[in-house]
Write a protein that binds this ligand. Structure first.
Ligand code: NDP
Ligand code: 8X3
Length: 253
């Protein structure tokens, strides 16, 4: 019988699709995000599957709240966490460094880097108990390259990339796999969040080409976590066919 997969940012986009795919694969879930009603609806949608689903309403930026959320789970759940998907994250704003807004920078750094660290630190003790613990970090091609106006978001995802490589070293002796997934442009609520609710600008990001969909990322996660015990997929970079790099996106006019 499969254990639990804890997925942060499961209320939307990649996290929601990853949760659906892992539940269909037979994993029980711990789904985490700030929007409880979204988590409730995801849980209801998966109720036909023979898996357990726990919900954690948590802001990953708040370390104490992360610790309390984990503590609220029963031992029978915590002791069977096999997979952690560090997916919660966001970009806020896009523009030159000297016009950056400190609050936007803090939101990205606190969520994408510090939040990932808080959740990882809280969950690793349980993964160590497993023979097949696995951490999947959702980074970005913005963690491999930089692009105009991407400065702090790119820096935060470069940090995720570095943490994936560091975790692999720190956890290798415990048999814990670490997979870094670096998607390119994918159509989720990401751009709506980045452009602070400006739907028109968000929609324009995905016009003129076929963007990745959340399910494409979920398929990558599923592939990584279903390899044999001796195989670790270290890194997956996945882009739309129309994208060659962070800055080169072939759009039909
Ligand atoms: P969405 O905006 O659709 O989803 C983001 C998720 O993160 C939501 O579930 C949100 O939940 C959660 N989240 C954000 N802040 C917090 C927080 N402080 N505490 C807990 N949860 C939080 O975007 P995506 O699905 O596209 O993004 C998922 C990840 O993929 C992010 O790390 C993003 O950087 C990365 N990524 C996205 C790409 C894209 O083009 N879409 C490409 C490459 C990487 P809630 O608001 O309910 O808390
Ligand atoms: C999101 C992809 O290119 O908008 O991580 O930074 S990009």
């Amino acid at each position: 019988m499969k254990g639990y997969a804890l997925i942060t940012g499961a209320s939307s986009g990649f996290g929601e699709a990853i949760a659906q795919s892992l539940a269909k694969e037979g994993y029980s879930l711990i789904i985490a995000a700030r929007r409880t009603e979204r988590l409730e609806s995801l849980k209801a949608n998966l109720s036909h599957l023979p898996v357990q689903i726990e919900m954690l309403t948590v802001d990953v930026r708040d370390e104490q709240s992360v610790i309390s959320a984990l503590a609220s789970l029963s031992d029978s759940v915590k002791d069977h966490i096999e997979i952690l998907v560090n997916n919660a994250g966001l970009a806020v704003g896009r523009g030159p460094i000297d016009q950056g807004i400190s609050d936007d920078w803090n939101r990205m750094i606190d969520t994408n880097i510090k939040g990932l660290l808080y959740v990882t630190k809280a969950v690793v003790p349980y993964l160590k108990k497993q023979k097949n613990g696995h951490i999947v970090n959702i980074a970005s091609i913005a963690g491999k390259e930089v692009y105009a106006g991407g400065n702090v978001y790119c820096a935060s995802k470069h940090a995720v990339d570095a943490l994936s490589r560091s975790m692999r070293i720190d956890l290798v002796s415990f048999g814990i796999k670490v997979t870094n997934i670096a998607p390119g442009a994918a159509e989720t609520e990401f751009s709506l969040v980045r452009f602070k609710g400006d739907q028109e600008t968000a929609d324009s990001v995905y016009e003129g080409y076929e963007a990745l969909q959340a399910q494409d990322i979920a398929d990558s996660v599923l592939f990584a976590v279903t390899r044999p015990a001796h195989v670790n997929i270290s890194d997956i970079t996945i882009m739309p066919t129309a994208q060659a790099s962070t800055s080169i996106l072939h759009k039909e006019s």
